[in-house]
Design a protein around this ligand. Sequence first.
Ligand code: TPP
Ligand code: MG
Length: 614
Amino acid sequence: MPRLTVAQALVTFLARQWSERDGVRRRLVPACFGIFGHGNVAGVGEALASTDVDLPYHLCRTEQGMVHTAAAYARMTDRMSTLACTTSIGPGATNLVTGAAGATINRLPVLLLPGDIFATRVANPVLQELEDPRSYDVSVTDALRPVSRYFDRINRPEQLPAALLAAMRVLTDPVETGAVTLALPQDVQAEAYDWPAELFAERVWHVPRPRPDRAAVDRAARVVTAARRPLLVAGGGVVYSGACDALRRFAEAHGVPVAETQAGKGALPHDHPLALGALGVSGTTAANTVAADADLVIGVGTRYSDFTTASGTLFGDGARFVNLNVTGFDAAKLSGTQVVGDAREGLAALDAACAGWATAAAYRDEVTELTRRWTAVADAARRSAPDARPTQTAVIGAVNEAAGPRDVVVCAAGSMPGDLHRLWRGVDPKSYHVEYGYSCMGYEIAGGIGVKLAAPEREVFVLVGDGSYLMLPSELVTAVAEGVKLVVVLVDNQGFASIGRLSESVGAQRLGTAYTDRAGDPLPVDLGANAASFGADLIRADSTAQLRDALARARASERTTVVHVRTDPMEAGPEGGAWWDVPVAEVSTTAAARAARAGYEAGRKARRNHLRPG
Ligand SMILES: Cc1ncc(C[n+]2csc(CCOP(=O)(O)OP(=O)(O)O)c2C)c(N)n1
Ligand SMILES: [Mg+2]
């Protein structure tokens, strides 16, 4: 019966957890990120310092950032591995909420270990305690409940073993995974207990590949083989399941074109004859045209966000849906025929059940022609003259060309995710890492750290807007301190190009979307100098030729390098013509808003119910 504190037991346990799928074993929680305060320094902090186990500690600069880092790490490992995040009580704990929501929405495992107020309550109110007059049972960590897929508060040592097992199960369950929170009252963390030795045995969490029900596959095959204009929508689940080869086999055997969501991008190599590329609001004309006329949508591993369905306007009234998803919750969407199971297993089963069926050559020729037309548009957008200031889409073209096929591009918010979705060309799904479930400004650098830690052999290009940079630049210091090499391309357009454009389209007149002083003049702010002051190497690029040179140097360097490039916020890249539902003021004193409202009402008429029984 080893006698350890709760925190020492926790750390010892975590160092002995493994995940396994397809015979590949890896550490489930190989490292811990954190920031210490009075709520965890004597508990988890002491345990990490004194316990002789393999659980390296990394100091981050913001709690939100470390959750993004953990989520990115999990995404990069196809959810087989994640990082633990330890915080103090109070603001350290609540700083986790945004990252936790992002992880849960993106269905990515992260393990959060916030400190909490005394379980004994003898010292309360402690520094940073909420003090809810209705109940002393409430603490700020309760804010993590709705954004956690498992939440527990360890009020007694005896509660720890069952909570740990439950936490590991949720982290490794593809159906339930997301943020897992174990709130740790600061007195309990330091309390000693005689633990059963079995708690610390090595444990392997087998990540299942649930096979879909035979009858469900047969039902789906009947729907699929009746289709003439099918479209397969590949979501993130295809990538996490390692189903890209199965997807390609299915598409080729049956002549089904494939469009991709943000998380599914790269499921097929960009130059595959059946690859339509990006779908939806951030999609291409090719994918969106095929979607509009599709009589069947086969959604694989997608949650059908509004960006994918163009807020319910993308697919026609006559479209039927077959949804293959590991979660019944997603499979049931749009009233689809449900196939609940692992994407790889499900695609193989559906492939066999559809044997002998294929689309007509004329349909595939249409796909080829639409793709050819979009590619010409994209080619033009990805270029700009060598001595000219690059457009944002030319920045993307330059980064894409500077990056090797296995290098990774990371982005999350602003106008770049849409341009990237449409214009980035990759052959490896792991080379495209755009967080677009939560589209959280500030994810970029922190996420880049997680990507690089999970795949140190790859170069990581973080594309970050000036707005997103200002939200969480501090994680650049973490990258420098931890020796995690990033190439950060800081695309500075002096404000919010994305929201500026959106603001104009809804009649809000770009209010508050440009970084200027009260008089409307440019600010004396130098973000490049800011990055250099954090210890990153800085290269400024004022022309496309300089940008190409800067990217090559940054890639070759061993140090984190920021390439600072200025762009024009009024320049927009080519779009795919899909609608997005952002409700416009129903009454307004301005003509701009009234005109926008008329456009909005016309737009929403195209929304379909998609209630036809699957
Ligand atoms: C944390 C957070 N706050 C607000 C938003 C809403 N939002 C989306 S994009 C954006 C502006 C992003 O600015 P920048 O990074 O400079 O990119 P740009 O739009 O200029 O391309 C804002 C405010 C968000 N996505 N995340
Ligand atoms: Mg900007």
